[in-house]
Design a protein around this ligand. Structure first.
Ligand code: NAD
Ligand code: ISE
Length: 345
């Protein structure tokens, strides 16, 4: 069966995923595209022989659309995801699921009322080979109970429109999701500290930030978010357990010795760092739909949890580094009994 996908939002990541679904993932075909920028939609659709539809609402109910991909701006996600659930179609939504906890809960409630999982959120790190190895070590008890996690999320630079809140909402949200999954534990509090600021930042931006999280089991997480670090795109994650530690591998790269220096290049871009993870994420999503199965990737509940935790981090940043308790509703049994593991138990 070929899964016919309709894409809402033909911007940067929309185009990447259209290319991925067309060239890399077998069993998928992009049949419809919409964008509020009509020229973008026309161009994206023409490349893959899809048709252009007027808006998300029309695309979601189209007869030649089996599954929906939402890659529009964050504040528009909730409307499209709710429409897809109403139409009973699987929907893959790039992060964030929605920009408010209330909208995330509306999606959770709509999906529960539907009675079957339809929603998957684009937290692609669960599909990264290195994170999957980390997960296997932790789940097998290879280092004993995890106690402390040290992380860093560094980008060479960000555009001027990037705000201090986005360090949590746009950037740290990936660690928040992947750590909940890696540790199989819930984050219960957040605190954001402001170290000395880089002189390479824009005047409006608090950069770097140190985010401290605590989990229900008492694991302490420190995460450095530094989005103008200049030197490259660098993702670090090290978990210290009772009997050892396990560290996320750097992407494979040759070692170069030249001009008196030995070393390897650091990637510049998250698109390259997680390209394989995005491919795997879409292969698994499409294969599941083709087999008539519920999605196994990050769920609407995971999307809700990530939004509530990033809200707590933003509140801490904006309240002079208070420790903020995460105000999360209890997880409904509907999600407890369903996979949201990205394929790894
Ligand atoms: P972008 O601005 O390049 O593209 C968004 C596109 O959506 C634009 O073409 C815009 O015209 C269109 N659009 C906006 N509202 C629309 C609507 N209601 N209907 C149809 N089209 C609409 O942004 P982007 O960088 O591609 O990001 C899009 C989403 O993907 C964001 O939510 C972002 O957080 C997420 N994202 C995820 C990752 C990741 O690592 N998983 C990386 C980048 C972006
Ligand atoms: C971007 O929006 C992403 O989602 C990337 O994965 C992340 O690494 C980057 O910091 C964000 O700005």
């Amino acid at each position: 069966m070929t899964v016919r996908v309709g894409v809402i939002g033909a911007g940067w990541i929309g185009l990447e995923h259209i290319r991925r679904l067309t060239d890399t993932v077998t069993g998928a075909k992009v049949t419809a595209v919409t964008d509020i920028d009509a020229a973008r939609a026309e161009e994206a659709a023409a490349r893959v022989g899809a048709r252009v539809l007027a808006d998300g609402a029309e695309l979601i109910v189209a007869e030649d659309v089996d599954a929906v991909l939402v890659t529009s701006w964050g504040p528009t996600h909730a409307e499209h995801v709710l429409n897809a659930i109403a139409a009973g179609k699987p929907v893959f939504c790039e992060k964030p699921l929605a920009t408010t906890a209330e909208d995330c809960l509306r999606i959770v409630e709509a999906e529960r009322a539907h009675g079957r999982r339809l929603v998957q959120v684009g937290f692609m790190r669960r599909y990264d080979a290195g994170y999957r190895q980390l997960k296997e070590v932790l789940a097998s008890g290879g280092i004993g109970a995890p106690l402390i996690v040290h992380c860093a999320h560094r980008n060479p630079t960000v555009p001027k429109a990037y705000t201090s809140r986005m360090a949590a909402q746009d950037t740290a949200v990936h660690e928040i999701d992947v750590l909940r999954w890696l540790l199989d534990d819930e984050i219960v509090s957040a605190q954001v500290l402001r170290p000395r600021a880089t002189t390479n930042r824009f005047p409006h931006l608090t950069d770097p930030q140190i985010m401290l999280f605590e989990t229900a089991n008492g694991v302490r997480i420190d995460l450095e978010v530094f989005v103008n670090c200049q030197y490259g795109y660098d993702i670090q994650c090290e978990t210290v357990g009772e009997r050892g530690l396990v560290r996320l591998p750097d992407p494979a790269a040759v070692t170069l010795r030249t001009e008196g220096v030995s070393g390897s290049a650091v990637l510049r871009d998250w698109k390259d760092r997680f390209a394989d993870a995005f491919d795997t994420e879409f292969r698994e999503w499409i294969a599941g739909i083709a087999a008539g199965e519920e999605p196994t990737g990050p769920s609407a509940w995971d999307g809700y949890a990530a939004t509530v935790i990033t809200d707590a981090a933003v509140q801490s940043l904006e309240s002079d580094s208070e420790v903020v308790t995460v105000d999360m509703k209890p997880r409904p049994a509907f999600y407890a009994g369903r996979a949201s593991t990205g394929g790894v138990a």
